[in-house]
Design a binder for this molecule. Structure first.
Ligand code: AMP
Ligand code: ZN
Length: 505
């Protein structure tokens, strides 16, 4: 039975969807004013692991993710600058152009990290009417007041306010540090609708019963999640910084309006940190997935890196651990590639590999069922590979076929593309190659050469074939490792060593 940690009840609980075999899942999406950093992506990777585990255990998942393209502010508490406007000023574009560009960039990141796209993407700006309707409902029920041109949620009118927040340690930014809004009647009241913008030439404005303006940040998730998933739905996810303010306020709005729970499970992913500081745009220590490619890292090596730490544990990023992850990932892929070859080329002899598969499968299922224990499941896979390698002399191609089918099934949870034959080309590299081809056609050779160098720095090569350019990975030397990556090593006995291709028959 699958158990998941529920922030709402502060314990691991047995999970069962409310209706049949379909899990209705909502994930708070990105604010599209800049590139996502790899910390943000950890959050989406966590939601993806949850989704893959649910699918592994036989559920269907209906997944909705919002795109925050209305400029909510740089603090959680209705103050600070409009993030979208800052982006537009920085790049001399309109807020609409900024939103479109960074939405596409985010979707590229998602694809490069093998994160399964949600069934429904919903943009806040496409659903303003839903948000207005919800505010009207709250107004009718007496949960709002108007002050200083804005409409506020009155937290004193809903007794469940704050039930999600239980420890200041878990809350990310403290609300107390943020500028006081003199119009608020109570400390935690928050804006549902702004009509008084302190920003000139506000581009994004909509008519509403309270005057032309724009919605507060939290209302979009309340309005869109229940619109697409019903109320209550099964699971709501986000990063831990959303517990204290954003999710607390979502719950207040949705539950005060409908008089029933918003979601049954609230799950939160811990931060990616650098030297104990959260990775963040305002912290100025952020790294993008694009910069990984420039340094020659495979995006899936980052996925492998993330898999080694439980989603509720803080994860410290260092380039050294990223190197270890890249080596670990390559080594894993090499082993599996070898099995794929042996599945056709090895001798037909056969020993029984099934007992090992059954044992491994049980271990992996038990790990995943215990609140998504991906690191233990990954360790069990490494253990399995070591065991298979120790039997090399005795295994025939039939065994390898079974081994490959098993790895493929398990990799549906890890999302590491272990059995895929061709390496995927990251979107960034394809884009550079397109630009290079364009430059070549126009005989701008210096530009074409510079782009080729940039592609090389990202770890790829363009071969100009008679039928057009072909992008291939540089044949990077795979460093042989004889032990498991550190984090994996912590969870399995160290006597297992990985397969060495020199011992291949
Ligand atoms: P934002 O675009 O700021 O709303 O953030 C998008 C998602 O990334 C949210 O779920 C945040 O909780 C999450 N997030 C932000 N910083 C980090 C970090 N350093 N590590 C993990 N998740 C993060
Ligand atoms: Zn949200």
């Amino acid at each position: 039975m699958l158990h998941l940690y529920n922030t709402l009840t502060r314990k691991k609980e047995a999970f069962k969807p409310l209706k049949g075999k379909t899990v209705r899942l909502y994930t708070c999406g990105p604010t599209v004013y800049n590139y996502a950093h790899v910390g943000n992506l950890r959050s989406y990777f966590f939601a993806d692991t949850l989704k893959r585990v649910l699918i592994h255990f036989g559920y269907r998942v209906k997944h909705v993710m919002n795109i925050t393209d209305v400029g909510h502010l740089t603090s959680d508490a209705d103050s600070g600058d409009d993030k979208m406007l800052l982006g537009a000023q920085r790049e001399r574009k309109t807020v609409w152009q900024i939103a479109e560009f960074y939405t596409d960039a985010f979707k590229d990141n998602i694809r490069d990290l093998n994160i399964i796209a949600p069934n429904i993407w919903c943009k806040a700006t496409d659903h303003i009417w839903l948000q207005i309707e919800l505010i009207e409902r709250l107004e009718k029920k007496g949960h709002t007041y108007r002050a200083g041109g804005n409409v506020y949620f009155d937290t004193s009118t809903w007794k469940g306010y704050g039930k999600l927040k239980w420890s200041d340690k878990q809350t990310g930014k403290s609300v107390a540090r943020v500028d006081k809004d003199v119009h608020k009647r109570h400390e935690h009241d928050f804006v549902l609708w702004f009509t008084k913008s302190k920003f000139q030439d506000q581009d994004m404005k909509w008519e509403s019963p309270w005057g032309a303006g724009y919605p507060g940040w939290h209302i979009e998730c309340s309005a869109m999640s229940t619109h697409y998933l019903g109320q209550p739905f099964d699971i709501h996810t986000g990063g831990i910084d959303h517990i204290a303010v954003h999710h607390t306020n979502e719950i207040a709005q949705s539950e005060a309006a409908a008089g029933k729970p918003m979601a049954l499970f609230w799950m939160h992913g811990e931060f990616l940190v650098i030297d104990s500081t959260r990775m963040g745009k305002s912290e100025g220590n952020f790294i993008t997935l694009q910069s990984f490619a420039e340094r020659g890292y495979d995006p899936l090596a980052y996925r492998f890196f993330l898999l080694q730490t439980h989603y509720r544990q803080q994860l410290n990023f260092t380039w050294q651990s990223m190197d270890a992850a890249q080596n670990g990932y390559r080594s894993l892929r090499e082993n599996v590639r070898e099995y794929v070859l042996r599945a056709t080329r090895a001798q037909p002899k056969k020993v029984s590999i099934e007992p090992l598969i059954t044992r491994t499968s049980k271990k992996i299922d038990a790990a995943l069922a215990d609140d998504l224990g991906a690191p233990q499941a990954l360790a069990a896979l490494f253990n399995f590979i070591s065991q298979v390698n120790r039997r090399t002399a005795r295994l025939g191609r039939g065994d390898y076929r079974i081994v490959c089918a098993f790895i493929k099934k398990i990799d549906a949870v890890f999302g590491l593309s272990l059995t895929r034959r061709d390496d995927r080309i990251p979107a960034q590299v394809s884009l550079l190659a397109d630009k290079r081809e364009h430059a070549r056609k126009e005989k701008r050779w210096a530009v074409a050469d510079a782009l080729r160098d940039e592609i090389a720095r990202a770890g790829y090569r363009v071969d100009d074939m008679p039928d057009g350019p072909r992008i291939v990975r540089h044949d990077l030397r795979i460093s042989r490792i004889s032990s498991l990556p550190t984090a994996v090593l912590n969870t399995v006995p160290s006597r297992y060593s990985l397969f060495r291709s020199s011992s291949a028959p």
